[in-house]
Design a protein around this ligand. Structure first.
Ligand SMILES: Nc1nc2c(ncn2[C@@H]2O[C@H](COP(=O)(O)OP(=O)(O)OP(=O)(O)O)[C@@H](O)[C@H]2O)c(=O)[nH]1
Ligand SMILES: [Mg+2]
Length: 420
């Protein structure tokens, strides 16, 4: 529990076992009670604000884990004057009281969600403030450049300038490059935190379900020589290198009059549209009439192409850009896994520092503002360049929460779970 008036709630809800006053940051035995009397015993710790996670008085109570007890404890706390927290409200209060900035708050949510050890590392670093420090360094470069430009405007004939043009421009280009590097790691960062999705597509009988089973190491999807075996989208979770991946097996492509098969293909198309990566399976050594259509349809998507069935005598060499595989013998599967990982992680995991689209957008924005200011400088002059940089600083302040609109905060914290 956190907030003003918490001591009143505490004294209604809890009866300490020993009749001594509450001491700050000390765990003590308590009975937990409501109007009907004591219903549990537990441990409680009182932490006086403002040196707390929310910046307010905080009370932590541990009761026994039976959901009936937990529900009754919540009801008792509410009856004593508390209310349920909104999603992310503890973190939001921490932001409001200046305990953490908005970048760290987003990282708290990522710590809860992270699906991989590297995603967790990235999130923890963000929560500890390393990303905030990186953005603060960008802000200070922009501010210095702005100050220099303003000085030139105020004293155009003065030789007092702190920075010459090359120094100013180098600073801004460096700022642009650092922002671009941050933004470039976003897709990888998001996938490390949230996981990635890969859909297996191709003509009927290409061996999609066989490859699906081989990749997850389990016979989950039905495999049969009858074309059109898979109808529904079959989903499984698999770890590929540092990534937690959701793998989707889909219905094979072919012209069909069967309404159920058509519905399966429509469902597949819908799911394929939103995955991070497409694994196209071509049928090696046997006719594959849908291959051309599937290749054309996925031409503008990030994709890996498998030439599956290399164990067949008729298979021949894999066409350029295709990975030879056999779902039956396992040939090429390690190379296929490696290719999927490479396609999903376009930067080394260590350079993925950002998992939030909001942060990536801001970094891109700052980079283009820096470059715009540099090119504005010779012709449009310091006034225009300074204006551009001031806007970028505003963008950074919205990013850290120093100057963020309430509706942006609402949207951001709505995603959090309750209790965070
Ligand atoms: N020789 C050989 N046969 C394979 C290979 N992969 C799959 N097959 C066979 O090809 C047939 C079709 O395999 P599936 O995995 O069901 O193919 P699919 O692409 O899922 O087919 P649909 O679900 O009908 O679209 C089965 O008889 C498999 O045993 C392979 O690498 N080598
Ligand atoms: Mg299948």
């Amino acid at each position: 529990l956190s907030g003003q008036g918490l001591a009143v709630v505490r004294d209604v809800l809890l009866q300490p076992r020993r009749a001594t006053p509450w001491r700050d940051r000390r765990v003590r035995r308590v009975d937990v009670r409501d109007a009907a009397g004591v219903f549990d015993d537990g441990l409680a710790c009182w932490i006086s604000g403002p040196a707390t996670v929310t910046g307010e008085d905080v009370l932590e109570v541990s009761v026994h884990g039976n959901p009936l007890i937990v529900e009754r404890a919540l009801a008792a706390a509410i009856a004593a004057g508390a209310r349920l927290a909104e999603p992310g409200e503890f973190t939001r209060r921490a932001v409001r009281h200046g305990k953490i900035d908005l970048i760290q708050a987003e990282a708290v949510d990522q710590v809860v969600r992270a699906t991989s050890p590297d995603g967790l590392r990235l999130a923890r670093e963000g929560a500890n403030g390393s990303l905030s420090t990186a953005f603060a360094a960008l802000r200070s470069t922009l501010l210095d450049a702005c100050a220099e430009l303003e000085a030139r405007l105020d004293h155009p004939d003065d030789a007092l300038a702190d920075m010459d043009d090359p120094t100013l421009i180098d600073g801004l280009i460096g700022c642009a490059e650092r922002s671009e590097a941050l933004a470039a790691g976003h897709a990888a960062g998001r996938r490390l935190v949230d996981g990635a999705s890969v859909a297996i597509v191709g003509g009927v009988n290409a061996g999609k379900s066989s490859l699906f089973n081989a990749l997850i190491g389990e016979r989950r999807a039905l495999v049969h020589e009858t074309p059109g075996t898979t109808r529904d989208v079959v989903e499984a979770h698999v770890r590929l290198g540092p990534l937690a991946v959701t793998l989707l097996d889909t219905a094979g492509e072919r012209p069909t009059d069967d309404p159920v098969e058509a519905a399966g293909l429509a469902l597949a198309a819908e799911r394929i549209a939103s995955v991070d990566l497409v694994l196209v399976v071509l049928r090696a050594g046997l006719p594959d009439p849908a291959a051309q259509l599937v290749l054309e349809r996925t031409a503008d998507r990030p994709r890996v192409i498998a030439w599956n069935g290399t164990d067949r005598a008729t298979a021949g060499a894999a066409p350029d850009g295709c990975l030879p595989t056999s779902a039956i013998t396992g040939q090429g599967l390690d190379a296929l896994r490696a290719a999927l990982i490479r396609a999903l992680l376009d930067v080394p995991v260590e350079s993925a520092l950002i998992a939030s689209l909001r942060q990536a957008d801001a970094a891109r924005w700052i980079a283009s503002a820096c470059r715009e200011a540099v090119s504005a400088l010779p012709d449009a002059g310091p006034a225009v360049a300074s204006e551009i940089l001031l806007e970028a600083i505003g963008e950074l302040d919205a990013l850290t929460g120093a100057d963020t609109r309430e509706d942006v905060l609402d949207a951001l914290f709505a995603r959090f779970c309750i209790g965070k």
